[in-house]
Design a binder for this molecule. Structure first.
Ligand code: PEP
Length: 251
């Protein structure tokens, strides 16, 4: 059985006060559903505030990105050991916004995934096609490329720890979510790819989140799909009234 994982990606939102208040409300809700893993990914400057709120609670702290080097002359960057030191357990890697605006490639994603694992962080590795790629019938090709290059050189043991987030770019922040069938089709493909690189046993263990306009009114049908194990949530994670129903999707 794979533990469901619901993660809030706050992106470039929420100062320390807002982050602390929101985290407090999520902690209270998360205590009621211990069977669900809940993760909050604030901006770097609010990590410490949120760490204090989630300490001694079931909610985990995550970061939105990291650099692959541990230290050195890399102005503006933050490394995996430093995120670990700041209390993070997870880190989002290869989000489509980083691919689109910050030149993230499958190669940099791979370096970051390896560095995250080496520091004891769980990477949430994002994969997914753009609208033109979907319309050109390239979903399988694009997702396979993201998966195989992103996980290149990892052992089965390492792959078993990774969380994959399937995020069709056309569904992010647009209000257009993939239908449960569309999402399941790609999640099934992702599990097949995982089996190819790490064997069927590992593939069964890896959790695959769906991301893209997940809301209280669509979470249930998405989570009912056999290969959807969680959600990576942007917009709806910014308000307690829309994120708490996602955390409590079973109720
Ligand atoms: C995201 O950015 O990871 C995301 C899924 O955003 P939204 O939920 O707003 O579509």
């Amino acid at each position: 059985m794979r533990t469901p994982i619901i993660a809030g990606n706050w992106k470039l939102n929420n100062n320390q006060e807002q982050a602390g208040d929101l985290a407090q409300q999520i902690v209270e809700a998360a205590r009621e559903v211990p069977e669900v893993e809940v993760v909050l990914c604030p901006v770097y400057t609010a990590l410490e505030t949120v760490r204090r709120v989630v300490e001694h609670s079931p909610v985990k702290l995550g970061a939105q990105d990291m650099f692959w080097e541990e230290s050195g002359a890399f102005t503006g960057e933050v490394s995996a050991p430093l995120l670990k030191d700041a209390g993070c357990s997870l880190v989002i890697i290869g989000h489509s916004e980083r691919r689109q605006f910050f030149h993230e490639t499958n190669e940099t994603v791979n370096r970051k995934v390896k560095a995250a694992l080496a520091a004891g962080l769980i990477p949430i590795m994002c994969v997914g096609e753009t609208l033109p790629e979907r319309e050109a019938g390239k979903v399988e090709a694009v997702v396979s490329e993201h998966m195989l290059n992103g996980l290149a050189g990892l052992s089965s043991g390492e792959i078993s720890k990774v969380v994959i987030a399937y995020e069709p770019v056309w569904a992010i922040g647009t209000g257009k979510n993939a239908t449960p069938d569309q999402a399941q089709e790609v999640h099934q493909l992702i599990r097949k790819l995982l089996a190819k690189v790490s064997g069927p046993e590992t593939a069964e263990k890896v959790r695959i989140q769906y991301g893209g306009s997940v809301k209280p009114d669509n979470i249930k049908t998405l989570m009912a799909q056999p290969d959807i194990d969680g959600a990576l949530v942007g917009g709806a994670s910014l308000k307690a009234e829309t994120f708490i129903p996602l955390v409590k999707f079973k109720g």
